[in-house]
Every structure is written in structure tokens, then in C-alpha cells.
Ligand binder design. Structure first.
Ligand SMILES: [Fe+2]
Length: 297
């Protein structure tokens, strides 16, 4: 360890921890709703108000876009299905990602069917043609709408597990380039009532078996469709469905206010968050822009 790193660890981290402690902020925290509203918790699985997500054709008028903006404002997830013969992003782009994945896994001594969730970072300002136009349509005031790199979700895995993305207010435009996924998204109010804890850059439920007791939206994300949802405010679960190996592109976009309380009050003030994001940036910058993880399967 170099002297500069030694100094950082010895001086900066304790100082930051002391500062956070004085602010009443801890590194590892659980979020328990202050006053759980029993009336809003549903008692048995058969009573659960899980409803189908709204689904639309691609927007063609200002009225279509206005309807979608309102759903975003109301934290209601929705799907848009493009025709089969009209790929939202050029097919070559998603095929190139698959080829890159295959090559990189082989170089690292892995097989394509080894069980990993793999996230590939793209260039921050990568051009996605019609998908970018759609984003500009639903968020017209944002000149630079992205909050981080576009992320490809790839690999042979069944589910990413239930979570909320710990980042500042964000709307996720999630494009299914290949394959299909089942998606369940808790309402924003339900997510804020669900006890969760923070780790890395996610909030996880304390007890996943409780999730079916909370109101949610459900849908199937098919090939060449887009899901729009509040990923930093609503707990979400994606499950890959049998069939072609899924390739999905996630664009996280600025949308002030769509944040779970634990994220702004605690997670993003913690040293662990800073360390985690620093590692991500180093990984993206130095290791071929691929992040492999097997913490969820
Ligand atoms: Fe997520």
C-alpha cells in the first residue's frame, strides 16, 4: 500500500464516518417504515391487487407522449411494443454486444452458459437512434438525460433478485433487444412501506417472502419492446423467460424526485457507496467495460 493510500484510509475514512455519525447517518442501515399502515398491507396472496402494466403502440402524437409523461409522473410502469420488423435500435448493435461478450468470456476462461449476470458498460453518449428519439419525446426538457452509462444486461442468469436501484432520481428506459422477461414492479407507496436494507448500489428487501403481500404491476417484456419505470423509487424484479438468451439495454435517465427515502437519507451519504461506485468506474475504465457478478442468480 502506498503512503497516500495509507493516509486516505487512516485519516479520511474515520473523518467521514465521524461526520456521518454526527449527522445521524450510518453505513449499514435497514429501512423500516416509521408507521406501517396495516390497512394498506394485504393479508393473503389471493387478495393482492397486482395489475397488468399498461401497454402501448409506439407514440405517434403529442397526446400519446403526454399520456406517457403522466404515467412517469405517477410512477406507473408501462410497456411499448414496437413491430417485429422495426427494431428500436439497429440489430447489429445488439449482435455486436453478444459477439463482444462471447469473445471476452472466452478470453477470461468462461463459457457462454456459465451462470453470471453480466453488465456491459457502453459509452455514456452512445447513439441509439430511435430509442434516443423516444427518450427525447417523453423527457423533452432534458438536453443530456442520462444519469450514467447505458448498461447492457447479459449472460446466463435467471433473475437479478428484487431490488431498488440506489441512485439519484431516475427513470429507467429498458429495451429488450433479444429474448423476453417477466417483470414485477411494486407501486411506489408499497416500496416505501416495505422494510429494506442497503448494500452496494441497491436496496434489498429484508424479507423477500413478504413481496407478494404488496400491490404491484406485472408484465412480460417481449423482444423489441421498451419498459419505462421509476427504478430508484419502485422495487423491481426481472426474471428471464425460457427461449433466446436475453439481451437488454438499460438507460437510466434524470427525473428529480423519484428516489426512495433511504437512498437520499443514507445510502448515497455512505462511504461504502463511494467505494462501490469508485470500483465500478475503475472497472468500466480499465477492464474492458464488463462487470461480471454472481451475487444473484
Ligand atoms: Fe434495477
Amino acid at each position: 500500500m502506498s503512503m497516500s493510500c495509507f493516509n486516505l484510509d487512516m485519516l479520511f475514512k474515520p473523518a467521514l464516518r465521524l461526520g456521518l455519525a454526527l449527522k445521524g447517518v450510518q453505513d449499514y442501515v435497514c429501512y423500516q417504515p416509521a408507521v406501517p399502515d396495516k390497512k394498506e398491507h394485504i393479508g393473503s396472496k389471493s387478495d393482492i391487487p397486482s395489475v397488468a402494466m399498461p401497454m402501448f403502440a409506439p407514440p405517434s402524437t403529442e397526446a400519446d407522449l403526454q399520456k406517457m409523461r403522466q404515467l412517469i409522473a405517477d410512477d406507473v410502469p408501462f410497456l411499448i411494443q414496437w413491430p417485429e420488423d422495426h427494431p428500436v435500435i439497429p440489430a447489429e448493435k445488439s449482435q455486436a454486444v453478444e459477439a463482444y461478450l462471447h469473445k471476452t468470456l472466452a478470453e477470461d476462461g468462461y463459457k457462454d452458459d456459465d451462470e453470471f449476470l453480466i453488465v456491459k458498460f457502453e459509452k455514456w453518449h452512445e447513439n441509439y437512434g430511435e430509442l434516443d428519439k423516444f427518450v427525447q419525446g417523453i423527457l423533452p426538457r432534458l438536453r443530456h438525460p442520462r444519469l450514467n452509462w447505458p448498461l447492457w444486461f447479459l449472460g446466463n442468469y435467471s433473475t437479478s433478485g428484487p431490488h431498488v436501484d440506489a441512485m439519484f432520481g431516475s427513470v429507467n428506459v429498458y429495451y429488450m433487444a433479444h429474448g423476453s422477461k417477466y417483470v414485477k414492479i411494486l407501486t411506489r407507496a408499497a416500496t416505501e412501506r416495505l422494510p429494506v436494507h442497503y448494500k452496494d448500489d441497491y436496496l434489498f428487501p429484508l424479507d423477500s417472502s413478504e413481496i407478494p403481500k404488496y400491490p404491484s404491476y406485472e408484465g412480460v417484456l417481449k423482444e423489441n419492446s421498451v419498459l419505462v419505470f421509476s427504478n430508484s423509487a419502485c422495487l423491481h424484479i426481472f426474471e428471464n423467460l425460457p427461449g433466446p438468451k436475453p439481451r437488454a439495454l438499460s438507460l437510466r435517465l434524470k427525473y428529480t424526485g423519484k428516489v426512495h427515502p433511504l437512498i437520499i437519507e443514507t445510502a448515497m451519504c455512505s462511504w461504502d457507496y463511494v467505494e462501490h461506485v469508485t470500483k465500478l468506474i475503475r472497472n468500466a475504465a480499465t477492464k474492458g467495460k464488463l462487470l461480471r457478478t454472481n451475487f444473484v442468480k
